[in-house]
Design a protein around this ligand. Structure first.
Ligand SMILES: *[C@@H]1O[C@H](CO)[C@@H](O)[C@H](O)[C@H]1NC(C)=O
Length: 126
């Protein structure tokens, strides 16, 4: 809990609400304000909310840049959020990148390889 009385969990909820209602710019602003105005340090969960928010809105490049600027090592939730939005937006090139990152994080997870090999055949626009 910060001096402002805003808890990190509350920010997570607010970010997730922004993500689901397409309020991307508001969500991104909230993310930056949590540090600047509320004195909170973002944790992994907050980063993955922002990635999810940008990617859902089709801002895949912004999402990718955001991941690359993260001070924390992006985990499978972050890459997974990007990957599922790439599927939704039929973007094989960014989707492949995300799948390769998932594979490097979890080389023993067979599902990632299947995902990667299915991408070209099943992601084509109808
Ligand atoms: C996929 O997303 C990237 C980054 O936004 C963009 O440069 C590229 O043109 C997109 N590709 C397709 C097939 O939409």
């Amino acid at each position: 809990m910060s001096d402002s009385g805003i808890s990190p969990d509350l920010v997570t909820c607010a970010l997730s609400a922004c993500s689901h209602s397409g309020l991307v710019d508001e969500g991104v602003e909230l993310f930056y304000r949590m540090t600047k105005d509320f004195g909170l340090t973002p944790v992994r969960e907050h980063f993955s909310c922002v990635v999810d928010m940008l990617a859902r809105a089709g801002r895949l490049e912004d999402a990718f840049d955001f991941i690359n600027q993260m001070p924390l090592e992006p985990d499978k939730h972050v890459w997974g959020a990007l990957h599922s939005s790439c599927h939704e937006h039929q973007n094989v090139s960014v989707g492949k990148l995300a799948a390769e990152k998932l594979i490097s994080l979890e080389p023993h997870e067979a599902g990632h390889y299947v995902t990667l090999s299915n991408m070209d055949s099943s992601w084509k626009m109808g």
